[in-house]
Design a protein around this ligand. Structure first.
Ligand SMILES: [Zn+2]
Length: 132
């Protein structure tokens, strides 16, 4: 898998290994494993990364639309509830799925995972060396 595949398979929400299996069960819930190649998705934990990126990127046009409507027509609050509210939801919620797919694919390609300390007996018996 190459870096271009991160974009390709991430946007398609497909398995980062084979590119065929579905990444999600539902809208944002990761499947336990790929139904085609069997890749275990337990390595994937983008946490709140997708929501953060979408909030930062799409919040600008969403807020801009509301400000534009207010400046142009100075409507009452219920007009904003019917126009700016749905626009904000449409620009922020659907892209989260694609952002999460891309972050999971990126984690797979870059082998990103949480730090784990070696607690085996061999590691405990190893001499401690000071770094200078
Ligand atoms: Zn797969």
């Amino acid at each position: 898998m190459t870096k271009a595949s991160v974009l390709k398979y991430g946007l398609k929400c497909r398995c980062p290994e084979c590119g065929k299996g579905r990444l999600f069960n539902g809208f944002l819930t990761l499947a336990p494993r790929c139904e085609v190649c069997g890749l275990d998705y337990s390595f994937a934990d983008p946490a709140d990364g997708p929501a953060f990126f979408i909030m930062i990127i799409m919040g600008i046009p969403a807020a801009g639309f509301g400000v534009w409507v207010e400046i142009m027509w100075e409507p009452s609050v219920w007009v904003h509830l019917l126009t700016s509210g749905p626009f904000m939801l449409l620009t922020c919620i659907p892209p989260i799925r694609f952002a999460k797919g891309m972050l999971v694919a990126s984690q797979y390609v870059n082998k990103a995972e949480e730090v784990r300390f070696d607690t085996s007996a061999q590691a405990k018996d190893a001499p401690v060396t000071a770094m200078r």
